[in-house]
Design a protein around this ligand. Structure first.
Ligand SMILES: Cc1cc2nc3c(=O)[nH]c(=O)nc-3n(C[C@H](O)[C@H](O)[C@H](O)COP(=O)(O)OP(=O)(O)OC[C@H]3O[C@@H](n4cnc5c(N)ncnc54)[C@H](O)[C@@H]3O)c2cc1C
Length: 306
């Protein structure tokens, strides 16, 4: 119930505008967000790289409502690639199609991401197209498959699948057959039982099933989860099957289980931390509360500690 409550709150434009502009909101958001500026992001990225953790950087924002906002997002992402190259960061980028204008003009979003992909190819980097709610699933997959077919694009663009969907096993099969890199996560949106497993147990079992399926494909994929039971199960399975530690990576979020991120990296497993930054943090932040409502108590305690 609390999960649904926080996901519903994440969609409120009024609360979003108040929260993002308030100093209390900005302070609290630091639990999951590196900061408001590119410099904040660089500091957080360097800190993770120092402990052997790769990074994916994300400029927060989604569902932009006009061309100018989409073009602003585009400029920021080009700047991120410039920073990655100039400062030799061990990082790639994650972006959302609705941040690039998908709701405004699909052609524009396509042009923006194509140009960003050219930039990624030129500096031998990678774009991960995040997966949003179910109205965008098919569009995102079609978009990424089309981009991946472009000359020199293979291996420079990938996407995300969510284990709460019934369709995920088949989507994984198609993407793997085309050599497209997948980030597998459980899924952060509220989806109906007609298309998604309602029980956590089924979402978790499907996660493990699809994780094994995609690792077996030989394409390099990311397993995005903080669920220690799943992580232990995959590690044990990989060791038993003789899958090298370098064949895939674990991925986690900035501000969540940093202890686990570091210990996995120390043990020689690939780990990538998703580091978001920017002023448009509200929907992302509320989805993090939805995943673990106990975070609200943690935040309140820390806020009053100063
Ligand atoms: C790198 C990365 C990228 C992602 N990209 C997407 C995406 O593109 N699209 C999408 O829909 N979803 C995305 N997600 C979110 C994902 O779908 C889940 O909602 C989220 O990861 C929580 O699920 P879990 O696998 O960690 O397992 P859960 O079963 O939710 O949690 C397992 C344990 O992890 C810890 N934990 C989990 N979440 C939190 C939190 N917020 N705060 C503190 N502790 C926590 C708790 O100890 C919890 O008991 C991404 C997640 C990661 C790690």
């Amino acid at each position: 119930m609390l999960r649904s409550f926080f996901i519903a709150l994440s969609k409120s434009r009024t609360i979003r505008s108040i929260a993002e502009n308030s100093s209390i909101g900005q302070k609290v958001s630091k639990r999951f967000v590196a900061g408001m500026t590119v410099e904040d992001l660089v500091v957080a990225t360097v800190a993770m790289n120092r402990v052997g953790v790769h990074v994916t950087v994300d400029n927060l924002g989604e569902n932009v409502t006009n061309r100018d906002e989409a073009l602003h997002s585009k400029a920021l992402y080009h700047q991120l690639f410039d920073e990655i190259e100039k400062r030799k960061l061990d990082a790639n980028v994650s972006l959302k199609l609705t941040h690039m204008g998908l709701d405004v003009d699909e052609k524009l979003a396509h042009e923006i991401v194509s140009e960003l992909l050219d930039h990624a190819i030129a500096i031998n980097s990678f774009i991960r197209v995040d997966m949003e709610g179910s109205p965008y699933t098919q569009k995102t997959l079609d978009f990424v498959r089309e981009l991946h077919r472009r000359p020199n694009a293979a291996g420079h663009v990938g996407t995300v699948l969510q284990s709460y969907f019934y369709r995920t096993e088949e989507d994984a099969r198609v993407l793997c057959s085309e050599g497209i890199r997948i980030r597998l996560c459980k899924g952060a949106y509220k989806e109906p039982a007609t298309i998604a497993y309602p029980s956590k147990q089924d979402v978790d079992s499907n996660y493990i099933k699809v994780a094994k399926q995609i690792i077996r494909s030989g394409v390099f994929h990311g397993l995005a989860t903080h669920d220690e039971k799943i992580i232990d199960a995959i590690k044990a399975w990989a060791l038993q099957e003789g899958v090298p530690k370098s064949a895939f990576e674990f991925q986690m979020l900035h501000g969540v289980r940093r202890d686990l991120q570091e210990s996995l990296a120390k043990d020689g497993w690939g780990v990538r931390c998703y580091i978001p930054f920017g002023t448009e943090w509200y929907p992302y932040f509320m989805r993090r509360l939805a995943e673990r409502p106990a975070n609200v108590i943690f935040l309140a305690k820390n806020y009053f500690k100063g």
